[in-house]
Design a protein around this ligand. Sequence first.
Ligand code: XMP
Length: 544
Amino acid sequence: MATNGELPIEPHKTFDTILVLDFGSQYSHLITRRMRELNVYCEMLPCTQNLAELSWKPKGIILSGGPYSVYWDDAPHVDPAVFELDVPILGICYGLQEIAWHFGKNVLAGEKREYGHAFLKVERHEGGSGSGHVDKLFQGLEDDMEVWMSHGDKLSNLPPSFVTIATTTNAPFAGMAHQEKPYYGIQFHPEVTHTPRGKHLLKNFAVEICKAKQDWTMGKFVDQEIARIKALVGEKGQVIGAVSGGVDSTVAAKLMQEAIGDRFHAVLVDNGVLRLNEAAQVKETLTEHLGINLTVVDASERFLGLLKGVTDDPEKKRKIIGNTFIEVFQEEAKKIAAAAAGSSKAGEIEWLLQGTLYPDVIESISFKGPSATIKTHHNVGGLLAGMHLKLIEPLRELFKDEVRELGTNLGIPEELVWRHPFPGPGIAIRILGEVTPEQVRIAREADHIFIEEIRAAGLYRKISQAFAALLPVKAVGVMGDKRVHNQVIALRAVETSDFMTADWYPFDGQFLKKVSRRIVNEVDGVCRVVYDITSKPPGTIEME
Ligand code: XMP
């Protein structure tokens, strides 16, 4: 079973760190994002974190929002040691109630949910009644602010020793501060963009109140990560990892190459259902431009052979492709390991690279437990059981947009850094019906034209994901002087921020006309093109 490696160098030991204790709000990770945008390093841990187990001391703590009432029997609460740590604390929404509950217990009014925009009035205390810090949270901000509310409970009274620092029509204690200690609570969410001045408030907390240095940059992250990889892997250690040509695996691979050069072995499995010319392009970019030690395994015939005859079961296609991928990768890993073992200058392969991102980490360490829907296609590590590899995950502290920034820093071509996501089962789940070499050819060529036109129209970055799918029906058409009976291509293009919900992209008619004309003229076997105008939900992004 793969295990996580020890981390000899950790960012929170180098950078002043704000700790977010997460109560499960859908916005919690945004607090971390905003802090890093301010160049303040920030980490998130479950709200139930035992502080005695932390080997580092945060500069300040933020208690996030959450879907509970502090009065529920099963409501989560922070380790009381949080209030003994002698660092500033900011409670947001549920976090405010948690602070109030800690100091007063009997201070909440159960209310109907309040959700949406509200206008906040800031109350100043002219130097503060006590240590003079109470006004600092709203320092430099206007007296009237637009804020975003999303809460159930609200305060009915202030806990002892607190003063009001902000109100709204609905919430007389929308902001509070402790008179002696740097403890603050706010009922609204400063981390969402609907609170336009929220980032300034978070900066006041981190920089003015916690005195955190704004010294976290991507450049420093790269230096540190490379040092960390070197220390982990040692002088002779070898690492193996699968690459797909997507941004996460490419950025992770490039970091490894910078750290340990050819002792990192990248493997690209050509499963026969990649995009047009994709295996060759990925090979060229990774080897020639990025200098990565890459093996391309052409297993397309093996995959297509297994897919033969599978007509109407998308899950079966997924399983065949997923399992065969593991088999092929494992076979290749063993070959590379055997070669490494025979070489005098190299040690054994001990490590497996994975491009895990911070949202996956947050999900798996949530106090609610890992999600039931763990992405099995990412779970290559566990399946290489026989090799006893340890996991190395250099992107585990980063969000997707940070990975893109890092990729740009590392010199990865823009085209690759901004590539649309592509599913593991490739265009097999975009060919509705049996996947044959001929169907793959048609789907690939149509997809290539569609994406080429999207790029030419300058729309690629605006659209989150676009592709052509091949429908398993034939329609009549007239081409030249002949009637033909050919297949139908469905185009799909969506805009989304999280891929959980999505809207179809409103192309103009001229654009669609051009794409349709090109596909029908240039792709043999197609006589009709349709555009999918289904949102998600009820549709999904992929068609199978
Ligand atoms: P759906 O179709 O579920 O897609 O709306 C949401 C996102 O997930 C991708 N997707 C997959 N990715 N293996 C993957 O690696 C899969 O089996 C798979 N199915 C969907 C899809 O491309 C979209 O980005």
